[in-house]
Design a protein around this ligand. Structure first.
Ligand code: AHM
Ligand code: MG
Length: 333
C-alpha cells in the first residue's frame, strides 16, 4: 500500500472532533463507506449479479423499486446498525424511521440516505449513486420517531455522496470543506484524491430536464431562455447543457467544473421532486461547504424546516453567482 496517500480512516481520525462523539462519527462514516464499497461491487457486477431489473415492490412514495435499490438499502441498514453509532436511520426506501435490533447499542447520530440515486439509470449502465446525511439524535431516552428527524439542513453534522461511475468516488464533509476520496477497487480502500474542493463561482453550463419546459415556473423559463440566447442575449455568453438524470452524477460534474443543477417545483410537481432529508439537505451542505449555493425557489435550502419525513422541495443549486441570478428572478416575479 502507498503510505504517502491519505486513507479515509486516517483522514477521519484527523478531521472528526477529538472526543468520544467525534470518534463515533468517524466510525459511522467508515460504516457508510464500507456499505458503499459493497454497493459499488454490486453495481459493477451488473447483469452478472442478477441485480438488474425490478424488485416487484413499490416504495412508500409509490415508485417501483429495483433490485439494486433493495440491495443498497439493506447494505446501509445492516452496515450501520452496530457499534453504537446511530440511534436510528431513515431511507428513501423505508416508510418510517428504522428502529435498530433490540440487542444493538444506540448511538448519538441519525443516518438518513437515498441508497441508490438515479435508479432509472441502473439498467442502462449509466452512473448512479448514494447520498447520505448525518443528524444529531435527540437525547430523548427512547428510540427516535419520525418527528425527531424533522431537522433543517443546518443541523447536519456530516453529509456526502458516492458516485458509482467509471471510478467510484466519495465526496464528504464533516463541516470543514468538501474532500473527495476514490475507491481503489482492488484493495478495497478509499484514498483522498481532492482536498478542499471548491466550486467555481461563475459558470456557463446548466443542467435541467428540458422536457418539463411547459410546466416550469416563470423565473426558470426566463433563466433558461436567457442562457439559450447565447452571446447576443442578455447574459452575453453561450451556455452549455448537460443532464445525466442521476443527481449525484450531475452534481459531481458541477462540484468538479462548476455549473447549476435545476429541479424546480413546477405546475406538475408543486412540491418539487427531490426529497428534502435524503437529497436536498446533504447536497446543499456539500455545496455550501464548497463555496456554492442552494435555493429551493423560496428560501436557502438548508434553512427549510421539514414537516414530513418524505417531504420534497424544489432545488436550484451550484455556482454561487448563477444561483444568485435565479434568486433574483424568483424575487422579481
Ligand atoms: P431517484 O432517487 O428515485 O432515483 O430519483 C431522483 C432522480 C435524480 O437523481 C435525478 O436528477 C432525477 O431523479 C431525474 O429526474 P427525471 O427523470 O425527471 O429527469
Ligand atoms: Mg434520489
Amino acid at each position: 500500500m502507498d503510505q504517502s496517500r491519505m486513507t479515509l480512516g486516517r483522514f477521519l481520525a484527523r478531521h472528526c472532533p477529538q472526543d468520544e462523539k467525534g470518534r463515533t462519527l468517524a466510525l459511522l462514516l467508515r460504516q457508510v463507506a464500507d456499505s458503499c464499497r459493497r454497493i459499488s461491487d454490486a453495481v459493477g457486477g451488473g447483469a452478472l449479479r442478477d441485480l438488474t431489473g425490478a424488485a416487484d415492490n413499490v416504495n412508500v412514495q409509490g415508485e417501483e423499486q429495483k433490485k439494486l435499490d433493495v440491495f443498497a438499502n439493506d447494505a446501509l441498514l445492516e452496515g450501520c446498525s452496530w457499534g453504537g453509532t446511530v440511534a436510528g436511520m431513515a431511507s428513501e426506501e423505508e416508510d418510517d424511521v428504522f428502529t435498530l435490533p433490540e440487542d444493538e447499542p444506540r448511538g448519538p447520530y441519525i443516518l438518513l440516505f437515498d441508497p441508490l440515486d438515479g435508479s432509472s439509470n441502473i439498467d442502462v449502465n449509466v452512473s448512479v449513486g448514494t447520498i447520505f446525511s448525518v443528524l444529531p439524535a435527540p437525547d430523548a431516552g427512547r428510540d427516535p420517531v419520525n418527528e425527531d428527524l424533522l431537522q433543517s439542513g443546518d443541523q447536519q453534522v456530516a453529509a456526502g455522496y458516492v458516485v458509482y461511475g467509471p471510478s467510484t468516488v466519495l465526496a464528504l464533509t464533516v463541516g470543514n470543506g468538501v474532500h473527495v476520496f476514490t475507491l481503489d477497487r482492488a484493495q478495497g480502500e478509499w484514498f483522498l484524491t481532492t482536498a478542499d474542493l471548491k466550486v467555481p463561482e461563475q459558470t456557463a453550463e446548466f443542467a435541467i430536464n428540458c422536457s418539463y419546459w411547459h410546466q416550469w415556473p416563470a423565473p426558470v423559463r426566463r433563466y433558461i431562455e436567457e442562457c439559450l440566447a447565447g452571446e447576443d442575449g442578455p447574459r452575453g455568453k453561450r451556455f452549455n447543457m448537460r443532464w445525466v438524470a442521476s443527481m449525484v452524477a450531475d452534481l459531481h460534474r458541477i462540484f468538479t467544473r462548476g455549473g447549476v443543477f435545476l429541479y424546480p417545483a413546477d405546475s406538475r410537481r408543486p412540491n418539487g421532486r427531490l426529497r428534502v432529508l435524503y437529497e436536498v439537505n446533504p447536497i446543499a451542505m456539500l455545496m455550501e461547504q464548497a463555496g456554492g449555493a442552494a435555493f429551493t425557489g423560496e428560501e436557502r435550502a438548508m434553512a427549510l424546516q421539514p414537516k414530513e419525513l418524505h417531504q420534497r422541495a424544489g432545488l436550484l443549486i451550484g455556482s454561487r453567482e448563477e444561483v444568485a441570478v435565479l434568486e433574483r428572478y424568483y424575487s422579481e416575479q
